[in-house]
Design a protein around this ligand. Structure first.
Ligand SMILES: Cc1cc2nc3c(=O)[nH]c(=O)nc-3n(C[C@H](O)[C@H](O)[C@H](O)COP(=O)(O)OP(=O)(O)OC[C@H]3O[C@@H](n4cnc5c(N)ncnc54)[C@H](O)[C@@H]3O)c2cc1C
Length: 389
């Protein structure tokens, strides 16, 4: 079979297929492994989802991140710093309901008080938070390193990787996928094709009349030198001023914006890889207000990446109207933390046609949900931060 795209999801799928004994697989990647959105990921790892299947996927993924040396044969750069999320008064009930949902699928998470958060992040201003949740198993990883590890593990099992090869067309006959045509005119015959090409999946499916509703948006990241030694701080998701910060091993902190109300449309092949002046002002204001203790903080560097966003901010991991053609795309800015489970679900769909994990019904991620108007949304959405959670 052929997997189109050597991002973290395509490589995870190859690894999971190999785990199930399916090794007659070729990953076709137009550039190099991890060169798409994967290489730009902030790598935040948490199970804090109101959608139970996503919480379960993130929870199952932790076992792989924690035991990567044993399972994948390589360190994947996972830092288990813990994860704290704080909400304001209007989201207190949603937070508690979400925590109950998460625990029901096995997530280790609990509500903690201001004093405990202050111990974790002594430089933070916390008075405008109503409540916090804590995940001791959360933290951050390195999506690029993890994608390489999935690819290497798959290759050791016999999977082939073709980098520098672009798929121009999914070949189908009589309504069934039969292979992939490459830019050099050759065709790789296959009994099944998985399209995991991020935002570039859209035209490959459109050629078969399949509408994959993905739009592309630029997301900017700022690295901050805190000016002091912060010590071992956890990842902090601030759902009051809508930002997330996480430590870097270098002692810097990585700042990302969580305000997704207004997105910046982008071309994933041509976008500015630096934060704008306006975004820098926003970062300075948000970090400065939340962490008044960091008096000598300064901006170290910036970059940007693209999110492939679906109408409900959740991925499509699904069969399509073309038999043997499976899509795994539209991860909407949160596909790293669930990637091992995405790989397993893709392998399940290819081999059995259905999910093997009762906590992860494949129907949640079906492509047809958009046409049906049955979007995958949290039953306990956060006011002002309803996306991705
Ligand atoms: C700035 C930023 C921050 C993020 N932070 C987080 C986070 O903190 N936590 C989290 O969980 N997630 C995060 N994400 C999201 C996560 O990184 C992505 O969801 C994930 O990496 C997507 O992987 P992918 O394999 O679907 O796509 P990609 O990595 O884009 O891979 C698709 C691959 O397909 C290849 N390709 C495209 N077209 C073709 C073709 N025709 N033929 C062959 N190959 C092709 C591309 O070259 C590319 O390598 C973040 C993303 C960004 C951009």
């Amino acid at each position: 079979m052929v997997i189109v795209g050597g991002g973290i999801e395509g490589c995870a799928a190859a690894w999971a297929l190999a785990e199930r004994g399916v090794t007659d697989v070729v990953i076709v990647e137009r550039a190099t492994v991890g060169s798409g959105g994967t290489g730009k990921s902030s790598g935040v790892v948490r199970c804090h989802y109101g959608v139970s299947s996503l919480a379960a996927m993130a929870n199952a993924a932790l076992d792989v991140f924690e035991n990567a040396a044993e399972i994948l044969g390589a360190d994947v750069g996972f830092h288990q710093t813990g994860y704290v999320v704080g909400v304001g008064e209007q989201n207190l009930d949603a937070l508690r309901a979400s925590l109950a949902n998460q625990r029901a699928v096995g997530v280790r998470t609990e509500e903690i008080g201001h004093a405990e958060v202050r111990r974790h992040w002594p430089t933070a201003y916390l008075d405008d938070f109503a409540a916090f949740a804590w995940e001791p198993r959360g933290g951050y990883g390195d999506a690029y390193q993890t994608a390489q590890a999935f690819a290497a593990a798959a290759r050791r099992a016999g999977v082939r990787l073709r980098q520098g090869s672009t798929v121009t067309e999914i070949v189908a006959e009589n309504g069934r996928a039969t292979g992939a045509r490459l830019a050099d005119g050759s065709t790789i015959p296959a009994g099944a094709v998985v399209v995991a090409a991020g935002p570039w999946s859209v035209p490959l499916l459109a050629a078969h009349g399949i509408d994959l509703p993905i739009t592309v948006h630029r997301e900017q990241i700022v690295l901050v030198d805190p000016g002091v030694d912060l010590g071992p701080v956890p990842v902090f998701s601030d759902l009051v001023s809508l930002q997330y910060v996480r430590p870097e091993a270098s002692g810097e902190i990585l700042f990302g914006n969580s305000d997704l109300a207004e997105l910046e449309p982008a071309d994933p092949d041509r976008y500015s890889n630096q934060a704008s002046e306006a975004f820098l002002d926003l970062a300075v204001e948000k970090v400065g207000t939340r962490f008044p203790g960091l008096e000598n903080a300064s901006v170290s560097s910036t970059y940007a990446g693209c999110y492939d966003v679906t109408p409900d901010f959740n991925p499509v991991i699904s069969p399509t109207p073309v038999d043997g053609l499976v899509v795994a795309a539209g991860f909407s800015g949160h596909g790293f933390k669930i990637s091992p489970s995405v790989g397993r679900l893709v392998a399940d769909l290819v081999v059995d046609g259905t999910s093997s994990d009762p906590h992860v019904p494949d129907s949640d991620f079906r492509l047809s949900r958009f046409a049906e108007g049955a979007l995958l949304r949290s039953p306990h959405p956060y006011v002002g931060a309803g996306e991705m959670r």
